[in-house]
Design a protein around this ligand. Structure first.
Ligand code: UDP
Length: 492
């Protein structure tokens, strides 16, 4: 009788937030489709119905993957007003570990590997207990990964000079980080909880069997070389780094006009490359004053636009991060300037809370993307050859901005922020015109560079490309993982 070989089974763990879930789902899909693996995705949420309500957008994944929503974790009694989003995520993940452990124990056949994102490294203990290989999937770029690995070993003088004197931050073998683009552990240098969380994450990820990164060789050659160089970042981690990106959700083909979104219908009627798409990701929010200035800037620029808006939140730029379900479908938002929607009706569309972003960016009418530069949004823009205007809000979005505009030249940034921290309507108008107006030299140069990156991304992902090859290496290790771990356990 023919023996049917057991399929390799791997488990992936996504921390809260669509920005984490989307690339983890996409990585899982690749393992399922390209390598015929059984794939279980564990999703940690703060509000299960909120995350599940987004899944219709991701229905293409449900036939391929076993998606398990872990019961929501309530840490409200532990959260303080001043607690950073990173520390909140670390707490949520820590409290999800016992239930994750029970779920992993139930999986049949036993998975050979556990892949976690940046906030899931505490689950490595579970992987060890069950004899699984353990991988970290860095859903951001290699530069941020480099900083995360370096952080626990960083020179204290350099850390203090950067945090308190705003001097550039040195990261071995990588581009230095200017203070204006820095990340929260330097913006909040006295937050010891945040510091300890980042130290632990940096040390934990160095214990992985491999680190996957949502980037590709052509995009970050210098940083990837530094990560592998035993005299540079390789001093702190000898874990193999696999650039497997860009992994983004594929465009969904929806022909049916009932389920097609208004944004796409509107884009169908616009000339090629004429529309500015404006969105701040799944959680980004602006203050009321800033929303008003942005609305006026858009109107004054007289360019076509599709704008995904959210109600203002004064206290936090990530105010909507844990609340992705609170959206309304109808009505003019009362937080925009009076008459804005009617005045801009001929050129603009306001979409409340959520748009089908990958489909929007793939539409030929879109000419540029005003973005908070979350890494998924960045990749979605690049893979569609859409230049960006950077408006970073939180997390590593400042680093992404520096990379896109200063290092790669595929985006435009404005440094003209008013004393009150608000970017004025005049500056917004000028920046939009600079990018959108066809006769602008700057716009043409940026477009040429983004098209080059788009090409390199497609080459990397195609069979024989660097990212395709990297994922194949990881898949092979997972296929032989159980055998090698058993050998390891036997003391071979
Ligand atoms: N997204 C979307 N529609 C929206 C806002 C966001 O589909 O209206 C998706 C977007 O395509 C991206 C993800 O949500 O895949 C946001 O991830 P990103 O890393 O850009 O930012 P984050 O939300 O994590 O800040």
């Amino acid at each position: 009788m023919e023996v049917v070989p057991t399929k390799t089974h791997i488990a992936l763990l996504a921390s809260p937030g669509m920005g984490h879930l989307i690339p983890v789902l996409e990585l899982g899909r690749r393992f399922a489709v390209h390598h015929r693996f059984l794939v279980t995705i564990f999703v940690v949420t703060t509000d299960a119905s909120a995350a599940q309500s987004q899944l219709p957008h991701y229905s293409s994944y449900q036939d391929l993957l076993d998606i398990v929503f872990l019961p929501p974790v309530d840490i409200s009694h532990l959260v303080t007003d001043s607690m950073s989003i990173v520390s909140q995520l670390v707490l949520i993940m820590r409290h999800a570990m016992p239930i994750l452990c029970a779920e992993v124990a139930r999986l049949k056949p036993s998975p050979s590997a556990l892949v976690v994102d940046l906030f899931g490294t505490e689950a490595f203990e579970i992987a060890d207990d069950f004899g699984m290989l353990k991988y970290m999937f860095n859903t951001s770029n290699a530069w941020f990964l480099a900083l995360s690995l370096y952080y626990p070993h960083q020179d204290e003088t350099n850390r203090r000079d950067h945090a308190y004197l705003h001097k550039p931050l040195y990261i071995p073998g990588c581009a230095t980080l200017e203070y204006e683009d820095t990340v929260d552990m330097y913006l909040l240098p006295d937050d010891r909880v945040l510091h300890d969380d980042y130290v632990k994450i940096g040390l934990d990820m160095a214990k992985a069997d491999g680190i996957l990164v949502n980037s590709w060789e052509y995009l970050e050659p210098k940083t990837l070389k530094a990560l592998r160089d035993p005299n540079l970042l390789g001093r702190f981690s000898s874990v193999p780094v696999y650039p497997v990106g860009p992994l983004i959700r594929p465009v969904k083909q929806v022909e049916n006009s009932i389920s097609r979104s208004t944004a796409l219908d509107c884009l169908d009627l616009q000339p090629t490359g004429s529309v500015l798409y404006v969105s701040f990701g799944s959680g980004g929010t602006l203050s009321a004053d800033q929303l008003t200035e942005l609305a006026w800037g858009l109107e004054l620029s007289q360019q076509r636009f599709v704008w995904v808006v959210r109600p203002p939140i004064e206290s936090s730029s990530f105010g909507s991060y844990f609340r992705q379900d609170k959206r309304t479908e109808d009505g003019t938002p009362d937080y925009l300037p009076d008459g804005f929607v009617s005045r801009t009706r001929e050129v603009g569309l306001v979409v409340e809370m959520w748009a089908p972003q990958t489909e929007v960016l793939a539409h030929e009418s879109v000419g540029a993307f005003l973005s908070h530069c979350g890494w998924n949004s960045t990749l979605e823009s690049v893979i569609n050859g859409v230049p960006m205007i950077c408006w970073p809000l939180y997390a590593e979005q400042g680093m992404n901005t520096a990379m896109l505009s200063d290092h790669l030249g595929v985006a435009t940034r404005s440094r003209e922020v008013g004393p009150d921290g608000v970017v004025s309507r005049e500056v917004i108008e000028k920046t939009i015109r600079r990018v959108m107006e066809q006769d602008e030299e700057h716009g043409k140069l940026v477009k040429a560079k983004v098209l080059d990156l788009e090409h390199s991304a497609k080459v990397a992902l195609a069979k024989g490309g660097s990212s395709h090859g990297s994922l194949e290496l990881v898949a092979k290790k997972c296929q032989t993982g159980l055998t090698s771990l058993r050998e390891r356990a036997r003391g071979a």
